[in-house]
Design a protein around this ligand. Structure first.
Ligand code: SF4
Ligand code: SF4
Length: 339
């Protein structure tokens, strides 16, 4: 088998960063997330490959929090598009966990299938190579295995690293793009036989059997009031979610020219569904809360055959009101919604 010595990682990253924009998990002061390797500050940052799932998910690599879409200029006889900002430079995401990779698989469904292609997303996605890190010790808030994710075999990875607990990662290429990375990194990969790590059991589990079907029948249940009672509609759950993809499109005018941009939005905000005429189909916090869980657990599943929750546990950790999606799933399953 091929193995990679951990002390060679900085050299490996330097090499990958020569040819691509490389994103790795970093701890930057109190914040952890996937950042460009070029931003690594040896004095204050730490490589966070051993953190399970970093605080900020890697979705911004493919769907930036804010992105310019195109510029325009008023000309005689109309408006001309002067520049379209599609980013097609090669990217590598190194060290992503299976839950976050499954979230990218969900984004792929939303942005690339069913006759609709988001060209901005596609330009990045087509040029992104993914090195996933297998998880052998789930965290207290992890429940990916209940959501159909295999933490040991991240689906869609071009290559997988496995932390053996020694000074080596096992390196496995899984696709032609992964093989290409193996070739690029040949000078750093060694042949060595090592035992696979032992995987540990999940503390947190939910039973998803029949949940989507049950939720499809309870849209008008008063139980949603009870479940949503503590929600402050702060939206942090949606910003930290690796699979939430709501965005708003706005325009910035500068005289006769300007540009259009999009930025993340949250379905938990009242303005999200506010219409120009003043009507809001999801005016109350309860309606927005219900929509969030129905979208994740029922609507997306119905349309794409997979839930829009991958069990990463970030929203459980971050919610200021202590709302726990794994408990909502259990409540949805066990409740008598007819009351
Ligand atoms: S939810 Fe699963 S894949 Fe994600 S960090 Fe935890 S164990 Fe790993
Ligand atoms: S983080 Fe909690 S309080 Fe904030 S919007 Fe999400 S569920 Fe509501």
């Amino acid at each position: 088998m091929k193995v990679l010595n951990k002390n060679k990682l900085p050299a490996v990253f330097d090499k990958l960063a020569q040819q691509s924009e490389l994103f790795v998990p970093l701890q930057k002061k109190e914040q952890s997330g996937f950042y460009s390797w070029k931003s690594f500050d040896q004095a204050s940052d730490q490589l966070a490959l051993d953190l399970l799932n970093v605080y900020l998910p890697p979705k911004q690599v493919l769907l930036p929090q804010t992105e310019k879409m195109y510029s325009f200029r008023q000309e005689e006889g109309g408006v001309a598009i002067s520049e379209v900002y599609e980013e097609s430079q090669a990217r590598v995401i190194f060290g992503i966990r299976a839950c976050d990779l499954q979230a990218i698989n969900c984004l792929d469904q939303a942005f690339l299938t069913r006759g609709f292609v988001d060209e901005y997303y596609k330009a990045r996605r087509d040029n992104t190579t993914i090195v996933a890190s297998a998880c052998y010790k789930p965290g207290a808030n992890c429940f990916c295995s209940s959501m159909g994710v295999d933490p040991l075999e991240p689906a869609g990875a071009d290559a997988i690293i496995r932390d053996t607990g020694s000074e080596f990662f096992i390196w496995e290429a899984r696709t032609p793009a992964g093989e290409e990375l193996s070739r690029q990194l040949a000078e750093y990969l060694e042949e060595k036989e090592l035992p696979l790590p032992q995987s540990q059991a999940f503390e947190r589990q939910v039973d998803m059997e029949g949940v989507a079907e049950k939720l499809s029948q309870v849209f008008s249940s008063p139980l949603w009031e009870e479940l949503s009672d503590a929600c402050q509609t702060c939206g942090i759950c949606t910003y930290l979610c690796p699979s939430c993809y709501c965005f708003d499109i706005q325009v910035k005018n500068q005289g006769e020219a300007g540009y259009r941009f999009r930025c993340w939005d949250s379905c938990m905000y009242g303005e999200y569904t506010m219409m120009a005429g003043g009507h809001n189909p999801r005016a109350s916090a309860t309606e927005r809360f219900r929509n969030r869980f129905l979208h994740k657990l029922e609507f997306f599943n119905e349309r794409y055959g997979m839930p829009l929750c991958t069990g990463c546990g970030r929203c459980i950790i971050a919610c200021p009101a202590g709302i726990d999606i794994s408990k909502i799933i259990t409540a949805a399953k066990e409740a008598d919604w007819s009351a």
